[in-house]
Write a protein that binds this ligand. Sequence first.
Ligand code: PEP
Length: 246
Amino acid sequence: MKKLAAGNWKMNGTAAALAEVEALLAAHPAPACEMLLCPPATLIAQMAQAARGSALMVGGQDCHPKASGAHTGDISAAMLKDAGASHVILGHSERRADHGETDALVRAKAEAVIGAGLMAVVCIGETEAERDGGQTLTVIGGQLDGSVPAGATAATLVVAYEPVWAIGTGRTPTLTEIGEVHAFLRDRLRGLVGGEADGVRLLYGGSVKPSNAAEIFAVPHVDGALVGGASLKAADFGAIVAALSA
Ligand code: PEP
């Protein structure tokens, strides 16, 4: 399977930041891995326009489970698609924490995304207290079971393992810990989506940067990365793309 370098710009970037996209595409016109950037919704159409004809795919960071209606401030999967998105991140820990998103809501959103013909990037991950309490596999196993829609396939689902305590902190699990979780997730996915599990990309996320990317990508069952801070700069994200393409 092709590996996936996915970037999450979170609530960062205005039109001026699209210069980073131009720089990224100039440096990596034809990478061996897939490249995805998920800017704020306000930039999706412009970024999709800048990425036209290139290897870069564009995604959203969240959507509403319904297709349309009286939901002020929300955005539907069909609208993201119309703006040029091919993927939508769902259940990021910041949304689970800031907006109280449950596994059931994440699954409903993932169903909407897949129903609209887009790929769902479902995020799961344990808190530091849960890891310290030896609960990591129980927690992420439960999140996976609750968040992945029935009938998801390798063509509609990506799963991102992002330990909450590793996001934006500069800290990462050990390579052994990452390997343990990814092997566990592959196995657990088999129970959920059968043979499709082998083709579903399992991304690691949490303080991935140019200096640690290569060693993380060498861990079995790590099929790419979901990158926050380091996706904002073309040089940093490009170095991660290069590490995944090696
Ligand atoms: C993220 O929020 O998805 C993330 C992984 O952030 P960072 O790379 O900045 O830790």
